[in-house]
Design a protein around this ligand. Sequence first.
Ligand SMILES: Cc1cc2nc3c(=O)[nH]c(=O)nc-3n(C[C@H](O)[C@H](O)[C@H](O)COP(=O)(O)O)c2cc1C
Length: 305
Amino acid sequence: MVNLSTKIAGIKFANPIFTASGCFGHGKTYGKFINLDKLGAVVCKTITLDARQGNKPPRIADTSGGMLNSIGLENGGVDNFIKTVVPFLKKQKTKAIVSVAGNSEREFTEAVKKLNKVKIISALEINISCPNVVHGKVKGLFSQCENETAKIIKAVKKVSKKPIIAKISPNVTDITIIAKACEKAGADAICMINTFQAMGVDIRTRKPLLGNIMGGLSGPAIKPIALKMVWEVYNTVKIPIIGVGGIMDWEDAIEFILCGASAVQIGTANFVNPTACTDILKGVEKYFKENKIKNINELKGKIKL
Ligand SMILES: Cc1cc2nc3c(=O)[nH]c(=O)nc-3n(C[C@H](O)[C@H](O)[C@H](O)COP(=O)(O)O)c2cc1C
């Protein structure tokens, strides 16, 4: 038996392979292709206090080395989530992490208070990095600003009965400043990275590929940048990092762990291959076995310099 377990925010996960928010729904559809119980955690699509319709279509587009999206956090709101998704999550053995976003401190904290009552949620991922929405008076993303980051994380930490994972944006000059602000504000872990702000144009119609004009770039193109950022943050903060960005196979996942990730999330890969998460898990397990790795800590951040 290989020990793949990983501890984040005081929670023991069976393995470090999680799904990435927005790339796996809430697990219902993907559960037809893979055994959800095998995953370290399912991270649900971001929900908000009130329902949102999302952005104008087209909302996704193909691009070299990845994909563009501008979904715009379409969801039915937190009450609807509790009513329609939680009963499904209750039946799963895998841990559930719920992603929450809002336009204001109040919207974040109200949603978090409602989720406090749901026992089966292991942790909350606070999405302060979605590139596809305008946050009230805040131009840009909360996690593009050190003070806004601290304000939201402090506020949710104060009301949350669950561990807080701050999901941050790569669209900044120095991501370590934002990571430090999260840690100082009380975040239990950091999830990084969300997508890079990006766009594309159809030269035949001369129209933007996305209805929202701009969106976020994900997939293999962003992996080397994500790795560099994980490594930088690993060398800056003490709280655990969940690495995400362009992980398409098990080798990519091992690279993230070597750069300091305590777990990884699989996003765009699910759109190409619905069994990506369990395929990656199998590969990681084999690597641990072949290299006689007893514990993820033997690998985490252990790049030979
Ligand atoms: C279609 C799509 C929808 C996404 N929706 C969300 C979301 O609701 N919340 C969130 O935190 N991240 C969202 N993301 C970002 C992913 O969780 C992930 O951070 C990003 O795509 C980088 O990982 P990847 O390259 O493996 O996809 C979305 C990404 C895509 C492609």
